[in-house]
Design a protein around this ligand. Structure first.
Ligand SMILES: *[C@@H]1O[C@H](CO)[C@@H](O)[C@H](O)[C@H]1NC(C)=O
Ligand SMILES: *[C@@H]1O[C@H](CO)[C@@H](O)[C@H](O)[C@H]1NC(C)=O
Ligand SMILES: *[C@@H]1O[C@H](CO)[C@@H](O)[C@H](O)[C@H]1NC(C)=O
Length: 128
């Protein structure tokens, strides 16, 4: 192998590594998933109903109680049903960042306090 060829191999290996790093960095949980994990932080989930809310997923669409739009490429969370999961704790207004959310059912749980005003103020949220 000539020196210039070796240099070429080395630099294309470098490009491959950089590309792989970029691809890895762009994977990971989308922003709605991060908002939902933030929302979950203030919830006490004694029986681990929300156990599959996993930060290693790319979208929250497969998570228990979470429903997304059918858009396969860029699905957004449209409704969340946490009814009857024996949850307690508080409802965080971080849920308001999930801007396409139209329905949030948290009935039959042990949440303390009122539904925060900020949540009542979530623009798209039609029913609670
Ligand atoms: C989350 O997903 C990763 C990768 O699929 C898996 O290794 C891990 O065990 C999961 N964590 C939980 C808490 O389910
Ligand atoms: C949420 O789930 C509960 C229990 O499965 C069901 O009774 C209720 O109708 C659901 N709520 C909505 C808004 O779909
Ligand atoms: C609710 O929204 C109104 C109008 O956008 C705003 O003036 C008010 O401060 C909001 N309240 C809360 C608690 O965020």
């Amino acid at each position: 192998m000539s020196d210039s060829r070796r240099g070429l191999v080395a630099s294309s290996t470098g490009i491959l590594v950089v590309t792989a790093l970029l691809v890895c960095a762009s994977e990971g949980l989308n922003s709605e998933g991060l908002y939902l994990l933030e929302f979950k932080k203030s919830i006490h989930d004694e029986f681990n109903y929300l156990g599959n809310w996993n930060s290693s997923d790319q979208t929250p669409c497969g998570w228990k109680g979470v429903n997304c739009s059918p858009d396969r490429k860029n699905p957004v969370v449209v409704s969340i049903n946490l009814s009857t999961m024996k949850l307690s704790g508080t409802l965080s207004s971080s849920i308001c960042n999930v801007v396409n959310l139209a329905e949030l059912d948290v009935s039959d749980n042990g949440f303390t306090g009122n539904i925060p005003r900020e949540i009542g103020n979530c623009s798209r949220l039609e029913s609670l």
